[in-house]
Design a protein around this ligand. Structure first.
Ligand code: F6P
Ligand code: MN
Length: 314
């Protein structure tokens, strides 16, 4: 727990200390801490960088990088210099980046540097999503992840991680340190929040009747259009589900398996929830390409099962 017994001085548990208490090797502790460090530069860019609406040059006429490109470089550089990474895949790069001189690196990382980046222009929350595998193979089923992380840049910055042993939330304090705010986050079996992506007039009949079922049972609509804040709400409240289904004309939905779905599925499952593409468990899908997309239903176990049932009978 983050605090000492009542009446005693409060103390805070920082990220590194928490990681050291997990049953993981020092190199993984180091890698996760490097990602946490990189996020401090990303939030700085998000808070102070030029907005897309203002064009591509700053006050002095210098060219500015788009925030997603800048975030990608910040994180990639940190991963390269970590000394423990061999292969890197990012939603911003077409190919795998092989770290020179580190072909026997211990880990490979897939990440979405700034998911929902266009939401920065309208001052809504965005995030970074990270997936870590042991060894150099990135096209593996998500169940082989050794860690998954997201960082949410909202009114506060939070970092949520799992190394397969529970899900833990850290919040950035005034010194830009991540300190423990929730340990062992758990999801209820069922909830009353739903977060549905995609145009409803493109929903298939099964998805349409599932949404009607949720409306009839009085579930609350909670959709910001940012995957990280939307998942964070479901996960931290421990109830409900997020979905981005197959759409007419987009049978694989929108979200990417490697960069978005696998890390979130790993986190949600580690909190007692579930994630499916409507036919099978997200973490059991063998990816065929870096940019593979899949439909997704993710959140409370019973809610995900219900969605799968409606889709199958649709
Ligand atoms: O990366 C894709 C993304 O921006 C996610 O953050 C979000 O969940 C989704 O797209 C929103 O898509 P749509 O605008 O189609 O609902
Ligand atoms: Mn994205």
């Amino acid at each position: 727990m983050p605090y000492a017994e009542p009446g005693k001085t409060k103390f805070q548990i920082d990220l590194r200390r928490h990681l050291r208490d997990q049953d993981i090797c020092d190199n993984l502790v180091h890698l996760i801490c490097e990602i946490a460090e990189a996020s401090k530069y990303v939030i700085n860019a998000v808070r102070t960088g030029d907005l897309g609406v203002a064009g591509t040059s700053n006050l002095y006429g210098e060219e500015q990088l788009a925030l997603d490109v800048l975030s990608d470089r910040i994180i990639r550089k940190r991963l390269i210099h970590s000394g423990v990474v061999c292969n890197i895949a990012s939603e911003e790069m077409e190919q795998i980046y092989e770290v020179k001189g580190n072909a026997d690196g211990l880990y490979s990382v897939a990440y979405d540097p700034l998911d929902g980046s266009s939401l920065v222009d309208v001052n809504l929350a965005v995030g970074t999503i990270v997936s870590i595998y042991r060894g150099c193979e990135l096209l593996q089923e998500g169940r082989h992840q050794v860690a998954a992380i997201y960082i949410l840049y909202g009114p506060r910055v939070s970092m949520v991680y799992s190394v397969g042993n529970g899900v833990h939330e850290f919040t950035m304090n005034h010194l830009m340190e991540y300190t423990l705010t929730r340990e062992n986050v758990r999801m209820k079996p069922m909830g009353d929040i739903y977060s549905p992506g995609g145009l409803r007039n493109k929903y298939t009949p099964g998805n349409e009747s599932f949404i009607r079922h949720l409306e009839e049972k009085g579930a609350k609509l909670r959709y910001s259009g940012g995957f990280v804040p939307d998942i964070n709400q479901v996960l931290m409240k421990g109830k409900g589900l997020f979905m981005y289904p197959a759409l007419k004309g987009s049978p694989n939905g929108k979200l990417r398996l490697l960069f978005e779905l696998n890390p979130m599925a790993f986190l949600v499952e580690n909190a007692g929830g579930a994630a499916s593409n409507g036919r099978c468990r997200i973490l059991d899908i063998k990816p065929e390409s870096l940019d593979q997309r899949e439909p997704v239903y993710i959140g409370c176990n019973d809610d995900v099962n219900k969605a799968v049932e409606f889709v199958a009978n649709g």
